[in-house]
Design a binder for this molecule. Structure first.
Ligand code: AMP
Length: 565
């Protein structure tokens, strides 16, 4: 297919607003690309990517590795002797969009390295030639590679007519923006080759390669699409979560799968015992080299091919989780990894299994995937809670039990909990209702601390599990307890603050004189026979000490009543 044809159709798509019309236009484009004489390359694959502004499949790590200024330079050179990269930039500042800038010059006829073609500088550039050249741009590495990239791009622009230049410039700078998203290509492939959109969608999820899916749909139809599987070493998009409450989760599913929410960075592990172990970030970037201990963990633990989904958490010397910023110091690190590893240790917490031992698990229910995960990581003897690298999953329909799991998660230094639909499949790239992170607190309350409990073991000298009360006309009434879910340092500070106010002690329990005010978050307020106030905070969370407030300034029972209604 001539690149000019692609550009003309991209222009039509660009000018169209209606979604269905866009799908039709893209579908026509795909059919045309599929019908064009294929030559050495399948232009349908290329066009399916170009139309989305992609040069390479989503899972590939390859990038053009070219900055805007190199592109301006190439445009300037193709535009003629009198044009400089600074002129291109000035024009960009005026018109605001690189495609329009590129289209505003007259190219062709500029001689020099890379100005190949039919002699007059303008000839029939094909889609395949553009793809070949852009691959060469990506492949140029090392000394002098930026010049080589500019030369190659100049060669392309030099052969472009105005409309071709418009879409070439946008493609190079990842600014295609003609309104073609992933859903459009899915529907267009389905329409162009007569296959159901759901099957295209599934094939896209497992392959992450629109070009390949389009080609398979054309060549092998539905059967071919159904045969497309996950491949160890090729990342898929991560399933995402939305915010939600425990109440809604239990109403929707009856039983919820509850997991700790780790405060780290998402990682997808691809392991082949006879080949490589690779790690990918949430954006499918290869982060293998930055996280050698995760690779070692996989090599020591996994005996079969596997694709696992999880979170990488930074831990201190005692194995306690450290805040997220520490993970960032390790993630994507390219240099001095060994040194960084000495400073910050990371551990995996895997919560899902997408593939094991040659079988894909995406379409199995969560509980089955988690069982498979556990079987992969466990040695058959260790209790699940002690299995290294395994995130536990609890099945429950009891909000109190969920609250206890949440308190444990906070206590262990994690972010809170995730609620998942136990029967749900794994949907790559989807932010659906099947995974919910417990909703962030909307309201906060300032409560007086009226009691506490001494901790146990390592924390025996600290006060924890604080009783929270609100003001009434004649004193204070309790509305809940909060286990801080914070570091030992914080507990030590709070103990120091509260200990002078101990009125009485009974075993581990202490009564406190109302003196200190905590700001707490919560999910909801419930009616409760447990507390004399008649109300209980569901999922209370310690947020801060309000040292600017006296007990008399704390929130009142009246406010709790109002918030509840
Ligand atoms: P957020 O980044 O706030 O949208 O929360 C979702 C993220 O939490 C996921 O992308 C994961 O990186 C992370 N996460 C931590 N623990 C879990 C878990 N048990 N299940 C799923 N995601 C988790």
């Amino acid at each position: 297919m001539e690149f000019a044809t692609f550009a003309a159709r991209a222009g039509e798509i660009d000018a169209e607003d209606a979604d269905l019309e866009i799908v039709d236009l893209v579908s026509d484009l795909l059919v045309a690309a599929g019908d064009a004489p294929a030559g050495d390359r399948d232009e349908l694959e290329i066009v399916s990517r170009f139309v989305q502004g992609r040069v390479f499949p989503a899972w590939e790590q390859t990038t053009l590795d070219i900055g805007p200024s190199a592109c301006y330079e190439a445009i300037a050179r193709a535009a003629g002797r009198n044009v400089t990269a600074a002129d291109v930039e000035d024009r960009l500042a005026e018109v605001g969009e690189i495609g329009a800038v590129a289209a505003s010059y007259e190219f062709g006829g500029q001689r020099g390295l890379g100005a190949f073609g039919a002699g007059n500088g303008v000839d029939d550039l094909t889609v395949a030639e553009v793809a070949d050249t852009l691959e060469a741009v990506a492949a140029a590495e090392g000394a002098g590679s930026q010049d080589r990239k500019v030369d190659l791009l100049f060669g392309l622009f030099n052969r472009c007519e105005s409309e071709e230049a418009r879409y070439l410039a946008r493609l190079v700078l990842s600014e295609m923006r003609i309104g073609v998203g992933e859903g459009t290509v899915r529907d267009a492939v389905a329409d162009a080759f007569g296959v159901p959109a759901e099957d295209v969608e599934r094939a896209l999820q497992v392959s992450n390669d629109y070009g390949r899916v389009a080609r398979v749909a054309r060549e092998a139809g539905l059967e071919g699409l159904a045969e497309m599987d996950l491949e160890v070493g090729r990342p898929v998009q991560a399933m995402l979560a939305q915010a939600g409450t425990v109440t809604d989760a239990l109403a929707d599913w009856e039983t919820a799968a509850v997991e700790w929410k780790y405060d780290g960075a998402r990682v997808q592990l691809h392991h082949d015992p006879t080949g490589e172990t690779r790690l990918f970030s949430r954006n499918m970037e290869d982060v293998t080299n930055a996280l050698p201990e995760i690779v070692e963990f996989a090599e020591e633990t996994l005996e079969t091919t596997a694709i696992l989904d999880g979170e990488v958490v930074a831990v201190d010397d005692g194995g306690e989780p450290l805040p997220f910023q520490n993970v960032l110091r390790r993630f994507r690190r390219k240099h001095d990894v060994a040194r960084a590893r000495e400073d910050v240790t990371v551990r995996p917490a895997f919560f899902d299994c997408l593939h094991a031992d040659g079988e894909d698990y995406l379409e199995r229910p969560l509980t089955e995937r988690h069982d498979r995960l556990e079987a992969l990581l466990a040695d058959g003897e260790t209790a699940p809670e002690a299995v290294e690298g395994l995130s536990l999953l609890w099945l429950t329909d009891d909000a109190d039990e969920i609250e206890a799991i949440d308190a444990d998660a906070l206590e262990a230094g994690h972010e809170g909990i995730m609620l998942k639909d136990p029967g749900s499949t794994y949907s790559p790239g989807r932010r659906g209702k099947h995974w919910r992170k417990r909703k962030p607190d909307v309201e906060t309350l300032d409560c007086v601390v009226t009691g506490a409990e001494w901790g146990e073991g390592r924390r025996a000298t600290y006060l924890g599990t604080f009783e929270l009360s609100v003001r009434t006309d004649d004193g204070f009434e309790p509305v809940g307890k909060v286990a801080t879910g914070i570091t030992d340092e914080r507990l030590a500070e709070l103990t120091e603050l509260l200990e002078p106010h101990i009125l009485a002690q009974d075993g581990q329990e202490v009564d406190l004189e109302p003196a200190v005010v905590f700001e707490v978050g919560y999910e909801e307020i419930q009616r409760s026979p447990t507390y004399s106030s008649g109300f209980a905070l569901r999922f209370p969370r310690f947020l801060a000490v309000r040292d600017d407030k006296e007990p008399a300034d704390a929130d009142s029972l009246e406010r709790v009543r109002t918030l509840r209604s």
